[in-house]
Design a protein around this ligand. Structure first.
Ligand code: GLN
Length: 262
């Protein structure tokens, strides 16, 4: 929406220039006159604790949020973080509406065809969680039941891959908290989610428990992503900054702040 507004402004400026007899097409960047530094638009998820979430003070926080801030500070670039939801953030990346995405985004071969990823910054794999008092102990118990998955995620890929083998139906959600809620209320008997995220939310008391995982087949680390063919400079800055914050201990401090370990 912000981007749309700035484009509208650029168009308005171009029109007013044209009215003075100037060229009719002003570059979109002309709205940034006065500063040669670009403000990168970075898209992220809405609720994916401990990577991005809103804390009790109403602040948008998390490992991704802090890593991005530390990297930007180290490399000296400006950015605007937009919390869109995972699927929407990836769509924004694909359509060029944002410059980069940091959203606990798994580095997969399929995604590498469209996006360039940074060095991996966190290991993850898909797990299955059920309601705390559920009798379900693993994939075999999902037969004939409905499970929840989050649109466009590795968890959804995993749920789809095992669907026929274990004979369950899948309901899709756009946000992780909606998915947990569906399991807590009993509409879905289980959900597929990244293990570090599920473990964090279980520890926070979301009423679920982890009963199985797909570590063998669905283990993928997280990376910062840009669209192939654009923002190579941003990706390089991210990688350079990540190396620096790993070397000086900032990265470890960020992870420890949210998980109490590493
Ligand atoms: N790691 C998962 C993926 O990339 C989920 C990310 C998320 O839900 N924010 O598909």
């Amino acid at each position: 929406m912000k981007k749309f507004l700035s484009l509208a402004l650029a168009a308005a400026m171009a029109l007013s220039l044209a009215a003075c007899g100037g060229s009719s097409s002003a570059p979109a960047d002309s709205t940034e006159a006065g500063s040669s530094d670009k403000t990168f638009i970075i898209a992220t998820d809405t609720t994916f604790a401990p990577f991005e979430f809103t804390d009790e003070n109403g602040d948008f926080v998390g490992i991704d949020v802090d890593i991005l801030a530390a990297v930007a500070k180290d490399q000296g670039f400006d950015y605007e973080l937009q919390s869109l939801g995972f699927d929407a953030a990836v769509a924004a990346l694909e359509s060029g509406q944002c410059d980069g995405t940091i959203a606990g985004m798994s580095i997969t071969d399929e995604r590498k065809e469209k996006y360039n990823f940074s060095e991996a910054y966190y290991d993850s794999y898909v797990c299955v969680a059920v309601k705390e008092d559920s009798d379900i102990k693993g994939f075999e118990d999902l037969k004939g039941k409905t499970v929840a998955a989050k649109t466009g995620t590795m968890g959804a890929n995993c749920a789809e891959a095992y669907k026929d083998k274990y004979g369950y139906e899948i309901t899709y959600f756009d946000a992780s908290d909606m998915m947990y809620q569906d399991v807590a209320t009993g509409n879905s008997v289980a959900c597929f989610e990244d293990q570090p995220v599920m473990a964090y939310n279980v520890a926070q008391g979301n009423g679920l428990k982890i009963v199985a995982d797909a570590k063998e087949e669905f283990s993928t680390p997280y990376g910062f992503a840009v669209l192939k063919g654009s923002n190579d400079d941003l990706l390089k800055m991210f990688n350079d900054g990540l190396a620096n914050i790993k070397a000086d201990g900032t990265y470890d401090e960020i992870v420890a702040k949210y998980t109490g370990s590493k």
